[in-house]
Design a binder for this molecule. Structure first.
Ligand code: AMP
Length: 422
């Protein structure tokens, strides 16, 4: 099957050819045709399986380049890096088209003025994170009343409580008549219900069960004492000659500490988290992609959607808070059909949480030991601390802002599972 069978016009087919994209991926095969017919789409496919082109192609084919100075298409994403990445893909395609299409990318953490200036010249496609978009609307730099296409990428994250208020504000600014395309690798039944309430008779496209796992992510779990994880990480990097590793930790503080320890051990390592300046975040990601850095120690701000070509290994130094986050984290490796390895460190106190993640994903991953790093700590007795229960059983963590929001929603009678994909 080729792209030409999907109803795409000649300009886009030539653009795809020039960019070296020959065969559509399963999500592209399933979603492009209904999107071109004007239908709403709720698309679910594994991480790294080509969701960006699945919405970018129909969008670029359908919009009218010179119709209006205000954007006709809005692509919303949860993180700045993802916005930049999706903007790049759209621009790569748009540059190949005979009639220019202007793509603007806006996100927080950087000065708003250049973004306001850029929008003054008009734009057709606006790629944005929700908070900055609302700032720009408030400053009258952009209007959303001409939007005909709304794309939510990493939709379940945007539908989560953490973004609910901003998303509702944005939806209220959009015309009722529009086409919506929502994509993610994970949609719990509850989030699907919520998404359906925002879509008009959507086509549900789920290519996960059909295709053999699109990627070959080997998963390993290693039992290790919490205090020995950095040493084990260093050992594994050296022993296996891992050229590039993305390491996930639970907090910004841990990202700094672990990166620092790795640097002291001779590795080129940097932290990546939400408290760094956007300039630093962009630099770290660029260095990692260009293989100038061998290790990035990140919080979950790097878990969603980031496309780091040929990243061979992801390590869960701390386990993710939820089974959904696990999917997104390990999906940073094994992308575009390449093999990948995901290693989770399981300390004694995280064992019950690991069992929950394994159960949710039907994983049959044995808990291994590495010689010289055998776990000595005992698993703690089940906690009666309500905070521990609220954060997925990871003992000793305080409730996050998001957990507090969930608790508040629960006390107000909103079932957490209807608002959160975990
Ligand atoms: P995405 O899931 O959109 O982030 O895409 C993951 C990776 O797959 C990116 O590196 C894309 O460039 C690549 N990709 C997307 N579509 C195709 C395709 N049809 N053929 C080959 N590679 C693709």
């Amino acid at each position: 099957m080729t792209f030409s069978s999907l109803g795409l016009n000649t300009s886009l087919l030539q653009a795809l050819h020039r960019l070296g994209w020959v065969t559509p991926t399963p999500i592209q095969l399933a979603a492009i045709a209904p999107a071109l017919l004007g239908q709403d789409v709720l698309g679910c496919a594994h991480t790294g399986s080509g969701k960006t082109l699945a919405f970018a192609l129909p969008l670029l084919q359908t919009l009218s380049p010179q119709a209006s100075r205000q954007p006709q298409a809005l692509v919303l994403l949860p993180t700045r890096e993802l916005a930049a990445q999706v903007g790049d893909t759209l621009r790569d395609l748009a540059q190949q088209l005979p009639v220019p299409v202007k793509i603007s990318v806006v996100f927080g953490g950087v000065s708003i003025n250049p973004q306001m200036m850029a929008l003054r010249g008009g734009t057709q496609v606006l790629v944005a994170t929700p908070g900055r978009l609302l700032d720009l609307v408030a400053q009258h730099a952009v209007k959303l009343d001409q939007i005909k296409w709304l794309v939510l990428d990493e939709a379940d994250r945007l539908l989560d409580l953490g973004f609910a208020q901003e998303l509702n504000q944005i939806l209220a600014l959009l015309p009722q008549q529009r086409q919506s395309l929502f994509f993610s690798a994970t949609f719990s039944p509850a989030v699907q219900t919520l998404a359906h309430s925002m879509l008009h008779e959507p086509v549900w496209v789920d290519v996960r069960p059909d295709a053999a796992p699109p990627v070959d992510i080997t998963q390993r779990a290693i039992a290790v004492d919490a205090s020995r994880r950095t040493q084990l990480l260093r050992h594994l990097i050296t022993q296996h000659g891992w050229s590039r590793v993305l390491v996930f930790v639970a907090t910004k503080f841990a990202a700094e500490i672990v990166a620092d320890k790795l640097r002291k051990g001779g590795a080129t390592a940097e932290p990546f988290h939400g408290e760094l300046s956007q300039g630093k975040r962009t630099q770290v990601l660029a260095d990692f992609k260009a293989e100038r850095l061998s290790v990035v120690v990140a919080t979950d701000v790097a878990a969603r959607g980031l496309d780091i070509a040929q990243l061979p290994v992801v390590v869960n130094f701390d386990l993710p808070r939820s089974a959904t986050d696990y999917t997104h984290r390990i999906g940073r490796t094994g992308r575009a059909g390449l093999p990948g390895l995901a290693v989770s460190f399981v300390s004694a106190e995280a064992q019950s949480h690991w069992r929950l993640i394994s159960k949710r994903h039907h994983l049959k991953v044995p808990l291994e030991s590495v010689v010289g790093f055998e776990a000595q700590d005992e698993a703690p007795a089940p906690s009666t601390d309500p905070n521990a229960a609220g954060n997925g059983g990871i003992k000793g963590k305080r409730l996050s802002k998001k957990d507090k929001l969930r608790a508040q929603a629960a006390s107000e009678g909103i079932d957490e599972r209807t608002r959160h994909g975990t």
